[in-house]
Ligand binder design. Structure first.
Ligand code: ATP
Length: 134
């Protein structure tokens, strides 16, 4: 089966490198499915899950924004943060979710509200990726 190399890179270093059969993710313009040989493109990503079809299974990553760059044989995701499902600390994400929800309740101004909303989205995304609810 044809494959495409996927690299997920964050400011903390590489998070994922493998040959996969398909990459699916959430771009700002909508859901994207990339197969080997896809035409070159660049797309901004949302906070969301990346699904990687590999050896008959599916692997999941939680990705926080950034960009997807597609070339026919390589897909690169440059994200502010990214975690493989199995390395997500669920208790930490639950605590971040509770903190963000509290900030949204006690909100002082719109800047704080926007920050809290993004923190909440990151936490909810991590929880759904870690718990396989994608
Ligand atoms: P927190 O408030 O728990 O720090 P956050 O959403 O503000 O969450 P980020 O700024 O997105 O955290 O990420 C900072 C670093 O911590 C990144 O390297 C990210 O991969 C890692 N990280 C954040 N939350 C988790 C988690 N629940 N499990 C594993 N790694 C995490």
């Amino acid at each position: 089966m044809k494959t495409v190399k996927v690299s997920v890179v964050t400011p903390d270093g590489p998070v994922y490198d493998a040959e996969v059969e398909m990459v699916s993710t959430k771009a700002q313009s909508g859901e994207l499915g990339i197969l080997p040989g896809h035409i070159p493109m660049v797309a901004p990503l949302k906070i969301g899950a990346v699904r990687l079809k590999k050896d008959g299974g599916t692997e999941y990553l939680a990705v926080n924004g950034g960009f997807l760059e597609v070339r026919p044989d390589v897909v690169t995701i440059l994200a502010q943060s990214a975690e493989r499902a199995e390395s997500i600390d669920v208790a930490r994400a639950q605590a971040a979710k509770a903190r963000a929800e509290k900030r949204l309740q006690d909100r002082q101004d719109n800047v704080d509200a926007r920050r809290a909303e993004l923190a909440l989205q990151r936490a909810v995304n991590r929880l759904s990726v870690a718990e396989g609810r994608i």
